[in-house]
Design a protein around this ligand. Structure first.
Ligand SMILES: [Zn+2]
Length: 425
């Protein structure tokens, strides 16, 4: 079982706004490997772990990892990131996002779009379906995925988006009318510098669209502490995102919540000097809802940490009771979020016989930190366990229906760890 629960480390300097002793720790998730560092069993001896402690800044209100893992360790995970073709749900989401961007920004016919962290160009292709004369360009860190995007007709610069990449964007695409970055900002080591580089290449009336998971009110509501892993450096609220954008010269004129990735926040921002769009009521509405939930303020984070510790205790008890009767347990799903869940709750190979995941790239590997072997879902038929722990609990209904044919004679029950540990018989 990992250490910690609530945290009481000394305050540290905010890595974003620079407030000295501004960051107060509220949750220690113990030593954790990188969330996406699935490894062969032969590499267990050289695996690295780093303390994962979450804190919040009293000045800019940003929730952040108090001491992030070394940058080279994290970048290596992204360079080696495997391409998985986008599933129907995400394709639908990005299609809808493209529609929202066009509706809210009302870009001119030949507007220049730039997507940062553009993957295979899905969002840009969706935009061009709606604005046929639009000029599009992407920036994508994985060489293999950048190549796939180019083969799909999306001009793509390979690399991380930094000041040098911004220069390359300017020389290849010119000034940008609409820049977007989805599921990117929470992974950026210096988000203010990142945003300043975006500001530098935007037209004066340009728009920046950000969407990111780890929206704290969603995390708090579902007690989804497994949202936190080393690759994800921040957890946002509109309060903190407004502050951060303000440091880089942006103001938010529209914001909305979306259900993607277990709850995301989407904001539309413009340059303080140049933007002329009216601030929509959506911004005030979300800020008001956050204030009603206790944000900003430390209490909401301290309460969250107590609830996280209670989940661990209850889940451990449930699992221990099953194991004491001689029952066997297997896991369902090996998302990056499962790394934190399993390691923090002490659920290793001694508890879980195996975990099934249908991503062939993970099969044959073991989970980071807890070293549970990953098998195709056919293992549930060939070697049925007595109980299944659903690690990918966000897909609850989907997984229940997939397990339905195996329930009864073979599988006696299904355990959901979050939002509240629950055994469904
Ligand atoms: Zn700060």
């Amino acid at each position: 079982m990992g250490s910690g629960g609530t945290a009481s480390e000394a305050s540290t300097t905010c890595r974003v706004c620079g407030a000295a002793a501004g960051v107060r720790a509220f949750l220690s998730l113990g030593d954790q490997p990188l969330g996406n560092a699935f490894i062969p069993a032969s590499a267990i001896a050289s695996e690295r772990e780093f303390p994962l402690t979450m804190g919040v800044c009293s000045r800019c209100h940003l929730v952040q990892i108090v001491a992030p893992a070394p940058v080279e360790a994290i970048e290596q995970v992204y360079r080696n990131y495997s391409y998985v073709p986008t599933g129907a749900t995400l394709a639908q989401h990005y299609g809808a996002l493209a529609g929202d961007i066009v509706r809210i920004v009302e870009p001119k016919a030949e507007a220049q779009f730039l997507d940062i962290g553009s993957n295979d160009g899905l969002l840009l292709r969706s935009i061009r379906e709606r604005v046929p004369a639009a000029r599009i360009g992407g920036v994508e860190p994985s060489p293999r995925i950048a190549e796939i995007a180019r083969s799909l007709g999306v001009p793509t610069i390979n690399g991380f988006f930094d000041s040098a990449a911004a220069d390359e964007v300017m020389s290849r695409f010119g000034r940008i009318d609409v820049a977007s970055a989805t599921q990117v900002l929470q992974h950026i080591r210096d988000p203010e510098a990142f945003l300043r580089s975006v500001a530098r290449i935007l037209n004066p009336d340009g728009v920046l669209v950000l969407e990111g998971r780890a929206y704290f009110p969603d995390v708090a509501e579902k007690i989804s502490f497994d949202t936190f892993y080393h690759e994800l450096l921040y957890c946002f609220t509109l309060h903190s995102l407004e502050q951060l954008l303000g440091l880089a010269g942006f103001t938010v004129f529209h914001a909305e919540r979306s259900d993607v990735y277990g709850g995301s926040l989407r904001v539309f921002a413009q340059l303080r000097n140049g933007g002329t769009r009216a601030v929509q009521a959506s911004v005030g509405n979300i800020l008001t809802a956050e204030i009603a939930a206790g944000i900003p303020g430390f209490e909401v984070y301290a309460t969250f940490a107590l609830r996280v510790a209670a989940v661990r205790t209850r889940l451990s008890t449930t699992v221990s009771e099953l194991l004491s009767t001689g029952a066997t347990i297997a896991g369902y799903g090996a998302p990056s979020t499962g790394t934190t869940l399993l390691r923090y709750c002490g659920l290793g190979h001694d508890v879980l016989q195996y975990i099934v995941d249908d991503n062939p790239l993970k099969q044959g590997l073991v989970t980071p930190g807890t070293h549970v072997p990953i098998s195709p879902s056919s293992a549930l038929v060939e070697r049925p366990p007595d109980f299944v722990l659903v690690i990918a609990w966000r897909l609850r209904e989907d997984i229940l229906s997939r397990l339905a044919p195996l329930r009864g004679d073979r599988i006696k029950g299904v355990i959901f760890p979050l939002p509240t540990p629950e055994l469904v018989r």
